[in-house]
Structure formats: C-alpha cells, structure tokens
Design a binder for this molecule. Sequence first.
Ligand code: ADP
Ligand code: ASP
Ligand code: MG
Length: 423
Amino acid sequence: MSLVVQKYGGSSVADAEGIKRVAKRIVEAKRNGHQVVAVVSAMGDTTDELIDLAEQVSPIPAGRELDMLLTAGERISMALLAMAIKNLGHEAQSFTGSQAGVITDSVHNKARIIDVTPGRLRASLEEGNIAIVAGFQGVSQDSKDITTLGRGGSDTTAVALAAALDADVCEIYTDVDGVFTADPRVVKKAKKIDWISFEDMLELAASGSKVLLHRCVEYARRYNIPIHVRSSFSGLPGTWVSNEPQGDQQVEHAIISGVAHDVSEAKVTVVGVPDKPGEAAHIFRAVAEAEINIDMIVQNVSAASTGLTDISFTLPKAEGKKATAALEKIKATVGYESLRYDDQIAKISLVGAGMKTNPGVTAQFFEALSDAGVNIELISTSEIRISVVTRADDVNEAVRAVHTSFGLDSDSDEAVVYGGTGR
Ligand code: ADP
Ligand code: ASP
Ligand code: MG
C-alpha cells in the first residue's frame, strides 16, 4: 500500500465548508487505496490575527509564549478536520507536532527540524486511521518547549514527515493550480509550470514565491522527495518539483523559470560608519547575536574627506525592531552617526538556470525596469538569480514589466486564484 502525505494550507481550510471539502479529498485518497497523512495549517489568516493580538498586549512578545499562542491555530484545524472525516464514515486521529514526533532545536519562532520520530503516526496508520498532523510546530529536544518553524512552516512539516515515513509523494494543496512563472495575484498572464527543478524552485522560494517555503524545498532536495503543488479547489494536475522530470512531465527549455517578488523585507542603513577594519564585523555580529537572518548587504565607498561610509542591509520586517534595538546598543562603541529604517521596499528577482550561459539577461532585466520607470536601490546576484530592491509602490508594475520582457506571458488568462486573501 502506498503512503501519501498531503498538506492543506490555510486558504484551503478557511471555513467549515473548506474543511468539509478537504475532508472529502482526503477520504478519496484513502478510498483509492493509499495510507494518508494530512498536514494542516491554521484556518485562513488565523496566524496573522494571533500575531496582531499578541502585539496589542506586548510590542515584542516573548518567543516562547508566541509559539504557544500560534500553535493553537493549527490545533483548531486539525481537530475540526478529524471530526469532518469521521463524519464521512472514516477513522481519523489528529496529532500535534510534538505527538507526531517533530523534534526541533530551541530557536523560538523559527525552529529547525532536527529529527522526526513518527512512531505514533505509523501505529495510527497501521490501525487503518487517517492521520491528521498540525503543521508548523514541533517540540524542542533540549527545552521540551513547543516551537514553531517560521511563517509558512507547514510546508516543511509535510516534507519532513514524507521523508521520515518514506512516502511516495508529498502533495502541497493550496489556492492556485501550481507554481506559476510569477505570482498569479500580480500577473494574470502568469503561466503554470508543469515541472521545475529543486534548484530553480529553491531560488524562487528564497526570493519570496511563498507558494512553497524555501526550507521545505531544501528538505525535499536533501531527501529527494518529489513535491506535487496543486489546488485543493480544482481537480487539475499541478506542478512537479523534483530532481528530474518523470514520464510526461513537460519541461520548458526557457532561460528564465520565473519572476519572484517579496514585500516582507525592510532596509536598515547604518549611516556614518568609520571606515576601518572590524566595523562591519562588529555590526553584523550584533545582528547575528539577536538571531536575525539578513539578506542583501551593500557598503558604499567611503567619502575621502570624512573617512565615513554607509552600510545598508535587508532583513525580514518582522525582525526590524529587534535589529534596530541591537544596533542602538553598539552605537557608541562602533561610533556610527545614525540609523535609518525603511520598510517601504520590495525585492524583485529573476530566476533561471539558463542565465548562467546567457550574458544578456542582466542588461535586459535592468532595461525592462527602466522602461517601466522603476528605480533600483540595491542589487544582488547568484549564479541563477538577479535581485533588485525598489520602492514598494513600484512592485506590481515592475514584476509585470519583467515578466513580459522575458516572454513569459501566456496567451490566455489562465492564472486562477481560488481563495485566500494574499496576506
Ligand atoms: P497556503 O495557505 O496554501 O499555504 P500561501 O498563501 O502560503 O498558501 O501560498 C499560495 C500563494 O502563493 C498563492 O495564492 C500566490 O498568491 C502566491 N504565489 C507567489 N508566487 C507564486 C508563484 N510563482 N506561483 C504560484 N503562487 C505564487
Ligand atoms: N499557519 C502558519 C502561517 O500562517 C504556517 C503555515 O501556514 O504554513 O505561517
Ligand atoms: Mg504557505
């Protein structure tokens, strides 16, 4: 008997109707002879609403308590889904992340999975049950406290369970028909991709295509778990993410796989840093000690007359307060002049393995932005990606302009968005 792991995102279980619809789909997989483990996210925008609530009682909520609060969201959906499945005459049991054996490190709000011990899930499946698991959560090996895996972390739960249970496939059900050449909420003419490599998907995910979380893709690549991203609202086949295309999976030999955008980052500029060895190290040590991951970094050439330079970097908006607080503390020792914080930025990235061998891609990217009247503030590149930071107001126009310029527009308006609020 084959085993499938299915994951249903918040938009798929947004209300009672959604939960009943998902229950039917899970039962169908069971009827087709599969053992089924279903990972669920919190209903709709529950996680965002819980974060808003926490911030109303405390501007920087304690990590441990925030995790305790947020994991309640997934508990609600897992219990309701198990009830809905029982109502259809099938046996189901729900499990928290901890009960399912998702063991993490102890970094609250963005813990990493370090081990998965799914003994209870296996036993439940052997008894003929459908196992429902709360996504996005685990338990710390050291502190035994409840942790969460970072926003969008249910994707990672699903792939980690698929690897630990040796599943044949991990299906990620969401509110669009698969991975598109750009976010269908922004580009109506985005094309659905039938097959994409782990490598390109990893860059798209890391650049803000939140249809899959990058940690989930990393995990899938490490354990070679094929992912099928598809809609829980339609019966259409979706996008396969794997090492090699299988059977009739269509491969487009395009230079560019897609355009990603990200409005979840902010930019910090440390103004007037003395241009001498050790200052950058000091600044980024302080940021690292606050456990903040940074993305792009730019340091200007120092002005000869003053010997001072500016250092800018980008980071998740959610970490903005923590970062500026950490930098304020070292102001006197570093001797910089001031801090600037700007959360009205967007990052736009072009991704594709084909750019390694096509030298004109960067120029064409910048030309498309300039033709659209979009100003570039920061630039960073990898072998298969170019990213720029622009004003947040320009993001939609910039993404569309780049998408059109690289010939990615489809002939039809095929990109359907079935649900969700895009939050
Ligand atoms: P879920 O609630 O199922 O986890 P998410 O909101 O996390 O769903 O992810 C699905 C959303 O990802 C889509 O609604 C879409 O707006 C967005 N998205 C961004 N980039 C892409 C892309 N390249 N292809 C498909 N969807 C994308
Ligand atoms: N509910 C969590 C979030 O909104 C996890 C997830 O949906 O994957 O980030
Ligand atoms: Mg998601």
